[in-house]
Design a protein around this ligand. Structure first.
Ligand SMILES: [Zn+2]
Length: 138
């Protein structure tokens, strides 16, 4: 007797809590503020913030606000019309990087972009998309 294989997709809606660190990060975004945490042991600055340092196995309780500007470390482009450009951004004072959209830049200019700044949405809701995109800092 042969096996029967039934292929199907199962939809599983769920909610999860963002926890202490991401809650403060998201509420900060609604106020155009970027919150990070700093490990008291290794001094690593996390953004998005973490409440636990995976390097030191230690709780993080120190907060600091970072400027909405930093270094574009890398990028990738998804061909579309218009192209979707995603950047790997390390905010000034952070040791980790964020991935976010890049805007106000042409593909042929990307190689020369070093510094970027956040461009905030008018209607912020406490979401990573409260930052519309990062634009070249001029
Ligand atoms: Zn640490």
């Amino acid at each position: 007797m042969s096996e029967w294989i039934v292929r199907q997709k199962i939809r599983i809606p769920f909610h999860y809590t963002t926890g202490r660190a991401l809650t403060r990060f998201l509420t900060g975004l609604a106020e155009c503020r970027l919150w990070a945490t700093r490990c008291g042991e290794c001094a690593r600055v996390y953004v998005p913030p973490r409440s636990f340092c995976g390097r030191c196995w230690r709780e993080i309780t120190e907060w600091r606000e970072l400027p909405a500007e930093g270094e574009l470390m890398s990028y990738t482009v998804r061909p579309a019309d218009p192209p979707l450009i995603l950047g790997l951004i390390r905010l000034d004072g952070a040791d980790t990087a964020l991935v976010h959209r890049l805007g106000e830049v042409k593909l042929e200019e990307l190689e020369r972009v070093v510094r970027v700044r956040a461009v905030w949405r008018e209607d912020r809701t406490g979401s990573i998309l409260d930052i519309a995109y990062f634009a070249p800092a001029r």
